[in-house]
Design a protein around this ligand. Structure first.
Ligand code: AN7
Length: 354
């Protein structure tokens, strides 16, 4: 009988910096599909695989790091947890806190949080506090609360988040049987690029993978502090998940870039929305705008002749498209192409079958 996937702590416990005294608070996260993309493979003249992180329990990669952060918080006796969020962290945190019986406190920036993500936090029973400021202000507040009050901070500055999120790299190597030549992903607060690099490095050092990939990260042009080399005080992009002007893991992301011989670049909102739509139409994978930043970056690099042929490339799409339907749909004119009576011939006519 097939063995069901058990969640990232049970599956990768020997790679965690904690012992069996930490019980896993899990929703069965991880074990997400690595889908071959014929479309992108042809464009880059290599082999491209998409790691579909929207298939996690709350619809984003955050679940990998939340199972570890919440499990450890519970083991340490926490009663309440706090996070700043552009949406996905709060959706994930509130779900895992609900399972663990912890009180979740969510700090979100004023406006611009996708409705689906807010709905998740509400349904998981969170106290939602809207801050008159941006994500970076929320993160400062979140840190301040955790310092002065008995609440555990579960943003990616909590090292347990990185420990959980690194398992995505393990899964990629486990499935491919080797590390990719190049790994591509979006960058916001820069926790995930840090985590992926840690995972690839650990597998390499342990001899599981004979090589490590170059890391390519992409920020949104209006929120590209690492690319610009300075804090962006008022970040702006349709990709609200990565609307972050002062990433917490800035230096660690630069390390991942430099140690791997990679790059961190930016893509415009137009490139992001085009990539989102193309991925949906060519591959059947519907991702949220931020998640398309990596795809947009790879497409731009291929167009500029910066992708050498013959590479094995993996690309993480971080969150599910259903979380934010307003952004893409606002670009679509009318949803309905043709209205007809309930008649087979009329339907065939409208569908171009005759
Ligand atoms: C879909 O939820 O920061 O570079 O507060 O939701 O590790 O921050 C979300 C980030 C990419 C960027 N894609 O990852 C939050 C939050 C999606 C995201 C990122 C986020 P990091």
């Amino acid at each position: 009988m097939a063995q069901p996937w058990r969640g990232v702590i049970p599956e990768y416990r020997e790679w965690m910096p904690f012992g069996s005294d930490v019980a896993a608070v899990t929703l069965g996260e991880g074990g997400t599909p690595l889908v071959h993309s014929a479309w992108l493979s042809e464009i880059v003249r290599g082999d491209v695989f998409v790691k579909v992180e929207g298939d996690n329990p709350t619809g984003s990669f955050k679940d990998r790091g939340m199972t570890t952060a919440i499990s450890v918080a519970v083991a340490q006796g926490a009663k309440a947890v706090v996070c700043a969020s552009t949406g996905n962290t709060s959706a994930s945190m509130t779900a895992y806190a609900a399972r663990a019986g912890l009180t979740p406190i969510v700090l979100v920036p004023h406006g611009r949080i996708a409705a689906g993500k807010m709905a998740q936090a509400v349904m998981h029973g969170a106290d939602i506090i809207q801050v008159r400021g941006n994500f970076d202000d929320c993160l400062d507040l979140s840190r301040g609360l955790a310092k002065e009050y008995p609440v555990a901070l579960v943003n990616s500055v909590n090292p347990m988040r990185i420990e959980g999120q690194k398992t995505a790299s393990f899964e990629i190597v486990d499935v491919l049987g080797r590390a990719p030549d190049l790994h591509v992903l979006p960058v916001g607060n820069a926790g995930n690029i840090t985590a992926y690099w840690k995972g690839f490095v650990e597998y390499h050092e342990a001899g599981v993978a004979p090589s490590r990939p170059k890391m390519w990260g992409f920020q949104a042009a209006g929120s590209a502090p690492i690319v610009l080399g300075r804090v962006v005080p008022d970040p702006d992009t349709v990709a609200t998940a990565i609307r972050i002007g002062n990433p917490a893991s800035w230096t660690l992301a630069e390390n991942a870039r430099d140690e791997s011989g990679g790059r961190i670049d930016s893509v415009t909102d137009e490139q992001i929305l085009a990539a989102q739509r193309q991925l949906g139409a060519h591959e059947g994978i519907f991702v949220e705008p931020a998640s398309a930043a990596g795809v947009a970056g790879l497409l731009a690099a291929a167009e500029a002749g910066q992708v050498e042929p013959g590479l094995t490339i993996t690309i993480t799409v971080t969150g599910h498209g259903l979380k934010d339907i307003d952004t893409p749909m606002s670009r679509v004119g009318s949803i309905v192409d043709t209205a007809i009576d309930a008649d087979v011939d009329a339907a065939a006519e409208a569908a171009g079958l005759r």
